[in-house]
Design a protein around this ligand. Structure first.
Ligand code: 5MM
Length: 330
């Protein structure tokens, strides 16, 4: 493993003033997103969906990286340029989601565990040859009353995230670990903070125990939010809780933190991001790695129609600009 190259990629991914686009929805999730606008989901419509965002002019002014999905990294844009090459030409680092989705947790059937460790090293080598510079693995943590998440589920997810990160660094790709604490339910902000803290504690214990180099690792956490069926909190409250949890759990030497949007309204995610960034003086760079909060407004305009592409791309660029403004420190 060439550490210097890993550090350079991690630093490039965290270049101040820009973020990372998560264009890595699995076929199942992409189908759900397209169906919501009556767009049929097939290989070509999913390619057109990716092309809408990735071929938008000027995205390199807002993005350091884009996370792709397996199908997408093997596809071309409408001008016949492979997506990974297109991004590289724009000076944006292409990355790849490498988890294989979820299975039922045998110890706690209401919870899931992320799969994909079998054959991971081989798959990562292939993606590296296709131009990927970084990887991402998502674990899903569900809150239900005081009983979920179970301690064993958090521990198993943390172990798998650590294993993924280790293999990724061994192959020469910078890992992004994404332990997503779901926003679903009616839990309080305090309960969300408690679960986020337990989760991040376990994740960093496992990362350190297998020897992952934190200087070549990026964390993609949830913001600390009350459940979406509970009374919402102000951006200041969200920022205070999120900052407290991160400062208590995330080691200083980490390369950076990029938040997911987690199904918040796009504007809400941006406001919360802006409040978090300004809440404290953090020891690591902070930015965004949104999927829905960047893409949904443009998808609403596009609706799969050629004649709407230009307008949809303007809307996407506006969302990128707003998030860029949110992460600026004055
Ligand atoms: C939580 O989802 C990640 C960030 O997206 P949001 O900003 O919309 O919350 C996202 O990168 C996610 O991991 C991918 O879309 C893959 O998700 P699936 O469910 O398709 O594995």
């Amino acid at each position: 493993m060439n550490k210097k190259q890993l550090y350079e990629v991690a630093e490039q991914l965290m270049t101040p003033g820009k973020g990372i686009l998560a264009a890595d929805e699995s076929i199942e999730t992409a189908t759900k997103r397209l169906k919501a606008f009556d767009i049929e989901s097939n290989e070509d419509s999913r390619r057109a969906y990716r092309d809408l965002f990735l071929s938008t002019e000027g995205i390199e002014n807002y993005l350091n990286g884009v996370i792709l999905f397996d199908e997408t990294i093997k596809q071309d844009n409408s001008a016949g340029i492979p997506f990974a090459q297109l991004l590289t030409q724009k000076g944006i680092l292409p990355g790849i989601k490498v988890d294989g989705g979820k299975e039922i947790d045998p110890n706690s059937p209401k919870e899931t565990l992320t799969v994909g460790l079998v054959g991971l090293a081989e798959r990562l080598s292939e993606y590296k040859h296709m131009g990927a510079k970084f990887t991402k693995w998502r674990a899903v943590i569900k809150i239900e009353g005081d009983t979920l998440p179970s301690k064993s589920n958090i521990r198993m997810e943390a172990k798998r995230l650590a294993q993924f990160a280790l293999v990724s660094q061994q192959i020469g790709l910078v890992p992004i670990v994404e332990p997503e604490v779901l926003h679903d339910g009616n839990h309080t902000l305090e309960r969300a903070a408690e679960v986020e803290q337990l989760t991040l504690q376990a994740v960093f214990e496992e990362l350190e125990s297998v020897g992952v180099d934190l200087k070549a690792l990026i964390l993609k956490p949830s913001m600390v939010l009350p459940g979406k069926d509970a009374v919402s909190s102000t951006p200041e409250e969200v920022a205070k809780s999120t900052a407290e949890v991160l400062l208590a759990t995330v080691p200083k030497k980490l390369a950076g933190v990029v938040f997911l949007s987690g199904g918040q309204e796009p504007e809400e995610a941006t406001k919360n991001l802006g409040a978090i960034v300004k809440a404290e003086k953090f020891p690591w760079p902070i930015s965004f790695s949104f999927a829905r909060a960047l893409q949904t407004p443009a998808l609403t305009v596009w609706r799969g129609k050629e004649e709407n592409i230009e307008k949809a791309r303007d809307v996407f660029t506006q969302r990128l600009k707003q998030n860029q403004l949110a992460i600026q420190l004055d």
